[in-house]
Design a protein around this ligand. Structure first.
Ligand code: NI
Length: 180
């Protein structure tokens, strides 16, 4: 991991909202699992559960490393960690409403593969493979796109963009007027 990563104030991390440019960065692979990474993961779960989310990628809290956490069941003891994830296979298709914690209040019908196989490392550094179906497969695809700087809005069709035009504009205006 980069030097800058270890200077981050983890308790101060918040979920970034569109159109924060940090959401657009290509994330770097994680090279070591240490106490800071564990604290980051804990903080990400805390932020995700606070808003009843089912997935959160590290760039969404401003840390541009290849990591996401997920809880497809919504149960607080279902804490799945995916370090350096890679989707190795996609199959079938599903269409459903998809949201993103960086786009509060915005939902869009998005077509995804119904089955996704992912390879990753867990928080103890062990390699594993998991096959996700339905919502879990959707989370895998959505979160992996975050790690390449790709966002929900890139996936939205013309109709959905029109339907969400006001909400998107409000997020843009809010971001522009927030002091940083
Ligand atoms: Ni998202």
């Amino acid at each position: 991991m980069s030097e800058t990563w270890h200077d981050i104030d983890i308790p101060a991390l918040r979920i970034l909202r569109y159109p924060d440019p940090r959401l657009r960065k290509e994330c770097a692979p994680i090279t070591s699992i240490d106490g800071d990474l564990r604290r980051l993961v804990d903080r990400m779960f805390e932020l995700m559960f606070d808003v009843h989310g089912v997935g959160l990628a590290a760039p969404q809290v401003g840390v541009t490393v290849r990591l996401f956490v997920a809880c497809p069941t919504g149960e607080s003891d279902d804490r799945r960690v995916y370090i350096n994830p890679r989707i190795t296979s996609l199959d079938g298709s599903q269409e459903g409403e998809e949201g993103c914690l960086s786009f509060p209040g915005i939902y869009s019908k998005i077509k995804r593969a119904d089955l996704a196989v992912i390879e990753a490392h867990d928080i103890d550094g062990r390699a594993f493979e998991e096959t996700g179906q339905g919502l879990t497969a959707r989370i895998f695809q959505h979160e992996c796109e975050h790690l390449d700087g790709r966002l929900l809005v890139d996936r939205m069709g013309t109709v959905s963009k029109l339907a969400n035009r006001r909400a998107l504009k409000e997020l843009e205006e809010k971001f522009a007027s927030t002091p940083r």
